[in-house]
Design a protein around this ligand. Structure first.
Ligand SMILES: [Zn+2]
Length: 273
């Protein structure tokens, strides 16, 4: 029961953050402020009341139209809110976090650490969502988003050192910062920024610190796999050009690795044992 209530709150947290992500997605590429301005209808400019702004439910309640001018509200809003809500839930659920079933033999500090890393993962997924949409539209990953991921990585590293000390995997995490970013940097310079963007390099460095080197490699390979399959399909179907925004695919790879990377690493290691 406690677990169900916890997950309902987690989902609500996710969709509320999701509506803030929508603001970021729209305003960051325009270099607009993301906090001070009140939200308004894109069509009639009418300022929105608090009850128009409730994530996901306002959209459903207003059946996707502005209360004042009946203009259609972009589907982006509910979709991003919903995805972020589901991401937040999955970040805890996949780890098997059940409130009334927490292993009693676990130290309190371990439970706090566990909870803290899942929370960081949920924030990481939110930032990756913003990066994916913005990069998809503008072929640009905002520097601020990469800096937030770097901060998440540093927090993860600090928590790991505090809890495990020298027995922890701090060295794996630090190696994650370099494992993909170094070859990416080389490709970036040799191709003069054509094959790969500077934002992609920074993303893989920052996310690598969070993931550690093994999971960072998993993120890279799954990201490339998604990218090649989907982009080739898009080139065939919609005649999409060769220009490829790597951000969304790398982000999908990072999330896959975050959730399932450890299993993929074990499965891969199984071939050599
Ligand atoms: Zn309106």
């Amino acid at each position: 029961m406690v677990t169900i209530v916890f997950y309902i709150f987690l989902f609500l947290y996710g969709i509320i953050i999701g509506s803030f992500l929508n603001v970021c997605i729209l305003r960051v590429p325009l270099k607009e402020t993301i906090v001070l301005k009140r939200s308004h209808c894109m069509k009639c400019g009418h300022q929105l009341a608090w009850y128009d702004l409730f994530p996901l439910f306002s959209y459903i309640f207003l059946s996707g139209k502005c209360r004042y001018c009946k203009a259609k509200i972009s589907k982006q809003y509910p979709i991003i809110e919903l995805i972020n809500g589901v991401f937040a839930v999955l970040c805890f659920l996949i780890e098997g976090f059940l409130v009334n079933d927490i292993d009693k033999s676990m130290d309190n500090i371990m439970i706090v650490y566990w909870f803290f890393t899942m929370l960081l993962s949920a924030i990481l997924c939110s930032v990756l969502l913003v990066i994916s949409v913005i990069d998809w539209r503008t072929f640009e990953i905002p520097l601020g988003a990469n800096i937030i991921i770097l901060i998440l990585g540093i927090l993860h590293l600090i928590a790991n050192i505090v809890v495990y000390g020298s027995d922890g995997n701090w060295a794996d995490l630090v190696a994650g910062f370099f494992i993909v970013s170094i070859p990416f940097t080389a490709i970036y310079y040799f191709s003069k920024g054509k094959a790969i963007g500077g934002g992609d390099v920074k993303l893989m460095a920052a996310a690598g610190l969070f993931l550690g080197w093994k999971l960072c490699l998993v993120a890279f390979f799954t990201g490339c796999l998604y990218g090649s399959i989907i982009h080739i399909a898009r080139m065939k179907i919609s005649g999409e050009g060769k220009q490829l925004a790597m951000g969304p695919y790398l982000a999908a790879g990072i999330i896959t690795s975050l959730w399932f990377g450890r299993h993929i690493v074990e499965w891969y290691a199984g071939f050599f044992s």
